[in-house]
Design a protein around this ligand. Structure first.
Ligand SMILES: Nc1ncnc2c1ncn2[C@@H]1O[C@H](COP(=O)(O)OP(=O)(O)OP(=O)(O)O)[C@@H](O)[C@H]1O
Length: 234
């Protein structure tokens, strides 16, 4: 479980998260919506200690993130926007294998995870492709595959569908849905709730650093007016 307890965070005296409390249960598929600048990325970056609260606490599986950064980073897989800067290897397969290699897994298991993760993002068999020759959407897909290959207990994704074509988007969504069904907690930030809404257990929406909507999609969708979120049409 990921738990935020009264979390506040400011950049240069500007409050960006204000008294945020929420918990994401294991196996829950949660969408995080809200306008540009509402605080979604800032919230997500607290899940593995990339940011620390000015006040309040974030816990992963009961332990405050700052007490055990390594545990938080192994159990929370993160996928960021603009992944271009995050690659550590020259080829797709080596990059996706990097995390599992650091876990000290056997080569067969690493290869199996890399193949499954690439399949999930519609890039099966592309292990030898050079990262610097990929398109922006393919970069995003490799970044998602890298997080999937870690088999994390929780997955946190920031606008993961930007630049993905429809088959890739579908494939990633299906994998996220099945991971959540198997017990992975999924927290996915998006401006666009169309298509994803029917898969989610819960929709959270932010405005000006506060959670203003939190509930099952059927209840939450009617409360999103004025929050600059694209919702499914009737
Ligand atoms: N490192 C930083 N330094 C200063 N201000 C920042 C920093 N990161 C974010 N902010 C500010 O915090 C506010 C919230 O930003 P954040 O990226 O969390 O919003 P968001 O909801 O993810 O937006 P988007 O939908 O555009 O990704 C914005 O006003 C942003 O300018």
């Amino acid at each position: 479980m990921i738990e935020f307890q009264s979390v506040t965070h400011a950049f240069d005296d500007v409050l960006v998260l204000e008294d945020v409390s929420l918990s994401i249960d294991d196996g829950e598929f949660v969408l995080l919506a809200g306008a540009n600048g509402s605080g979604k990325t800032t919230l997500l970056r607290h899940c593995n200690g990339l940011l620390t609260p000015d006040s309040g606490t974030v816990r992963v599986d009961g332990t405050p993130v700052e007490d055990d950064l390594i545990a938080a980073r192994s159990s929370v897989g993160m996928v960021f926007q603009h992944p271009r800067d995050q690659f550590v290897s020259a080829t797709v397969g080596a990059d996706v294998a990097f995390g599992p290699e650091n876990l000290g897994l056997e080569r067969d298991e690493i290869d199996r995870r890399v193949a499954a993760a690439l399949e999930a993002v519609n890039m099966a068999g592309r292990e030898d492709d050079r990262i610097d020759a990929l398109s922006g959407g393919e970069h995003s897909r490799v970044a998602i595959a890298g997080a999937l290959a870690m088999n994390p207990s929780h997955l946190v994704l920031d606008e993961p569908f930007t630049g993905l074509d429809e088959p890739a988007r579908r494939s990633v969504l299906e994998r996220l849905e099945s991971l959540a069904a198997d017990g992975t907690g999924v927290l996915l930030a998006t401006h666009d709730l169309r298509d994803v809404c029917e898969l989610a257990d819960r929709v959270i929406a932010m405005r000006d650093g506060r959670i203003v909507v939190d509930g099952p999609p059927a209840n939450a969708l009617g409360d999103l007016d004025g929050l600059d979120v694209r919702v499914p049409s009737e």
